[in-house]
Write a new protein. Structure first.
Length: 154
């Protein structure tokens, strides 16, 4: 069968010259690897955050109402219709139904404290530690590669 016969090895002289005369530039290879890693991370982050922004802008409901529950105890006298007071002081009917006044816990945004929105967010992520580890691994890998190259050239 002619399908499985080996062909004669033919080499291209320009290709042989290229491999014979090329300089080993591992520093440039590491630099290109690092740059390609940064570009990959930047593109991935842009796709992720861009997609999240598009999703949130398409599904956003601008008519949201924030409901804040308060734990104020109001002093009420014993109602005449045989209802009981629960733990928060709101009246509860004998069959377990809460009155309309007790069920309304929404507070207008003008009455909310502005100090709640100004609390600093705690830093719970890896932050700079992860960047230091990645940079250290890159530098260590470069140093090991450089030592091996120098050892093989001698």
């Amino acid at each position: 069968m002619a399908i499985f016969r080996r062909r004669k090895n033919q080499t291209i002289s320009e290709l042989e010259d290229y491999y014979a005369n090329r300089n080993n530039r591992t520093g440039m290879a590491w630099l290109m690897a690092f740059i390609s890693l940064l570009i990959t991370v930047a593109v991935s982050a842009a796709i992720f955050f861009g997609g999240r922004w598009v999703y949130r802008s398409l599904t956003a409901d601008d008519n949201t109402e924030v409901i804040v529950a308060t734990t104020e105890k109001s002093e009420q006298s014993e109602p005449a219709n045989n209802s009981q007071n629960d733990v928060n002081g709101s009246s509860v009917e004998p069959d377990g139904v809460v009155t309309d006044e007790a069920a309304n816990t929404s507070v207008p945004s003008s009455e909310r404290s502005s100090s709640e929105s100004q609390k600093p967010i705690p830093d719970t992520g890896a932050g700079t530690t992860a960047m230091i580890v990645v940079a250290g691994a890159g530098v260590t890998g470069f140093m090991i590669s450089r030592r091996r190259q120098l050892k093989n050239n001698q």
